[in-house]
Design a protein around this ligand. Sequence first.
Ligand code: ADP
Ligand code: MG
Length: 276
Amino acid sequence: MNPHVSTSGAGLAAAVPSAGSTADAKPFLDVSGIVVRFGGLLAVNGLSMQVERGRIHALIGPNGAGKSTTFNCISRYYQPAEGRIVLDGEDITRHRPHQMAALGVARTFQNLELFGELTVRENAMLGTHSYGARTIGMMLRRPSAEQRDLVDHLLERVGLADHHDTLASNLDFGRQKMLELARALAIKPRLLLLDEPAAGLRNREIETLDRLLRELCERDGITVLLVEHVMQLVMAISDRITVMSFGEKIAEGTPEEVRANPRVIDAYLGKGTHRG
Ligand code: ADP
Ligand code: MG
């Protein structure tokens, strides 16, 4: 079991210390000086950023800036050539991706990674088994009452209560994204990494996502780090924003500070399009 979470009850609320507790002096996630090269290309060039516990932190910038690469370093899919990544005081720079769920780190992908031939419920159930069972068959065979309750609870929270038995491939795009989020939440994360959660969503779906992310942060104390181009969402929900361009951090601050920063306007916001 995840050593960091309570196993009682279906909710997420018991999973994490409350935001704003006195233990928050140190950043929850501390990324310092990471460098990632792909051949001759310097994708991330000495990036440092700190994410506070229980906050929503956004990573923005034009396409190709290095946002997803940074994400992949934090979730341990990529190995930075230099730098250090510390989660809640623990150096995870050399951790393997499969160790991250047990540490309470969940992620979604820029391109959806669902099992289309499995149902909504089965896909969500897979999140509850990220560590432990070795095959999908093993994972799905005998979920505990607790796992079933958790999945029911999460599917309801993301608005999929009426779609338990639908094949994931038959969901519309917005619902597929919500399912991916539910699956990530099923590990009862302390840190939720979301790569472009609002991309392709309709306005109404973005509003639902806005509400849900605030709730996860405020009610469940989950720390959220998201890469996102939809500025309507980023500016509304973020406590703090880090802006990247060409592999480097060019600005950081509150939404108001970032929105008014000439470098950010020049590199990203001022182009009339948010996609560089
Ligand atoms: P962003 O998410 O900000 O759009 P990425 O982190 O995906 O940017 O990419 C940063 C740079 O690294 C881009 O120039 C991209 O083409 C390159 N890149 C990303 N992933 C790979 C990879 N696996 N192999 C080679 N180049 C990559
Ligand atoms: Mg990306």
